[in-house]
Design a protein around this ligand. Structure first.
Ligand code: PHE
Length: 343
C-alpha cells in the first residue's frame, strides 16, 4: 500500500520538476505549482490517504511527501529566477542605446530672415573696424528726441509718434538715440553700429509696421566728411550685392544732422531704367544720413570744434524684403509659420 503511494509521489515530483524546467512563463509556473502542490493538488490528494496507513507507513509517506514538496518548490523557484533574469536581459537588449548612431533629424527652427541680415551687417561693419553696440528699446525722451535736437514741441515728433511708457519713457522710434549714448560711453574718435528694434505709432499697411528694425551707424573723428559717409555706404552696397552699385545723395531734413541727406542706390531690377519696384525713378532709397549736428556732438560730450562725424540709419526690414522679394512688411513680424518656413 505505502509502496504504491511512494511511487505515485515520486511520479508527481518527477513530472512537476520536468514541467517546471520547461515552463516558458511565470503564469505556467503558477499553474504547475497549483496542480502539484495546491490545496486540491495531486500531492495533497495522495497525502489525504495517510490516515489509512499504519504508523510506519504514515511516517515514510509523510517524509517522502515533504521531500517531494520541497524538491518541486526548489525547481519552481529556480525556473522562476531564470525566467525573471531572461526578462530583464530582454528588456535591456531592447533599450540598449547605441551612442554612435546619428541623432534623428528633427524639424527645428531657424534664424529669422531679419536676424540674418542684421548679423551679416554686423559682420560687415565689424570688418570695417566698427564696434557693435546694443541699447535699450525703452528709451528716455532725452536720448530719443531732445539730445538729437528735437525739443518737446518740434514738428519732427509728429513723423515719429511713438508709444509712451510710464515715467516719460518712450519705445524708441529709431536707433539714433544710440548716437549720443555711444559718444558719452566711448568718447571720440569712434566708429559704432547699433542694430535693434524700433517702434512707431503707425497705421499699418504693406510698407508700414509699428515694430521694425534699424541699424544706426556713427563715425566721429577729426576731418570726417560726406566723402567718408558715401565711401562707407558704397562699400556696404558692394558687399551686399557682390559688385559696385551706383549711389546718389539727396538733401533731406533730419534735425540731428547738418547737412541731412538720403542715400539712394540704382535699382537692381531695371538697372536705372525705371520699373515698378523703383516707381519708375531708377533709384531705391537706402537710408537717411548726414553729418552729425554740432548740438548732437555736444550732447555726446564731444568737442564740435575738433571733431566732425557722420551718421546713417538703415532700415533692416526693407533690406530683408528686397533680398527675398517680400511684398508686404506685415509678414515680417507676423510670426506666421507659412511665411517663416520659406527661409
Ligand atoms: N533716425 C532716422 C530715421 O529713423 C534716420 C537717420 C539716422 C537719419 C541717422 C540721419 C542720420 O528716419
Amino acid at each position: 500500500m505505502s509502496e504504491q503511494i511512494l511511487q505515485a509521489i515520486a511520479a508527481i515530483e518527477a513530472q512537476a520538476r520536468a514541467a517546471a524546467a520547461a515552463a516558458a512563463s511565470l503564469e505556467a509556473l503558477q499553474a504547475i505549482e497549483r496542480d502539484a502542490l495546491g490545496k486540491s493538488g495531486q500531492l495533497s490528494q495522495i497525502l489525504r490517504g495517510l490516515k489509512d496507513l499504519d504508523d510506519a507507513g504514515r511516517k515514510s509517506v509523510g517524509q517522502a511527501g515533504n521531500v517531494a514538496k520541497r524538491q518541486v518548490e526548489a525547481a519552481l523557484a529556480a525556473r522562476k529566477s531564470a525566467l525573471e533574469s531572461a526578462a530583464i536581459a530582454a528588456a535591456l537588449a531592447g533599450e540598449r542605446i547605441d551612442p554612435t548612431e546619428p541623432a534623428p533629424r528633427r524639424a527645428v527652427g531657424h534664424e529669422h530672415p531679419v536676424k540674418t541680415v542684421m548679423r551679416e551687417l554686423e559682420e560687415l561693419f565689424d570688418s570695417m573696424g566698427f564696434t557693435v553696440v546694443d541699447g535699450p528699446e525703452i528709451e528716455t525722451d532725452f536720448f530719443n528726441f531732445e539730445a538729437l535736437n528735437i525739443p518737446p514741441h518740434h514738428p519732427a515728433r509728429d513723423t515719429q509718434d511713438t508709444f509712451y511708457a510710464e515715467g516719460g519713457a518712450v519705445l524708441r522710434t529709431h536707433t539714433s538715440g544710440m548716437q549720443v549714448r555711444a559718444m558719452r560711453n566711448l568718447g571720440a574718435p569712434l566708429r559704432v553700429v547699433a542694430p535693434g528694434r524700433v517702434f512707431r505709432n503707425e497705421t499699418q499697411d504693406a510698407s508700414h509696421e509699428h515694430t521694425f528694425h534699424q541699424l544706426e551707424g556713427l563715425v566721429v573723428d577729426e576731418g570726417i566728411s560726406v566723402a567718408h559717409l558715401k565711401a562707407v555706404l558704397d562699400e556696404l552696397l558692394a558687399r551686399l550685392f557682390g559688385e559696385r552699385v551706383a549711389t546718389r545723395l539727396r538733401p533731406h531734413h533730419f534735425p540731428f544732422v547738418e547737412p541731412g541727406l538720403e542715400l539712394d542706390f540704382q535699382c537692381r531690377l531695371c538697372m536705372g531704367k525705371g520699373c515698378a519696384t523703383c516707381k519708375q525713378s531708377g533709384w531705391i532709397e537706402l537710408c537717411g544720413c548726414g553729418m552729425v549736428h554740432p548740438k548732437v556732438l555736444q550732447a555726446g560730450n564731444v568737442d564740435p570744434e575738433r571733431f566732425t562725424g557722420f551718421a546713417f540709419g538703415l532700415g533692416i526690414d526693407r533690406l530683408t524684403m528686397m533680398r527675398h522679394a517680400i511684398s508686404d512688411i506685415r509678414w515680417v513680424m507676423s510670426g506666421d509659420l507659412r511665411f517663416l518656413g520659406q527661409f
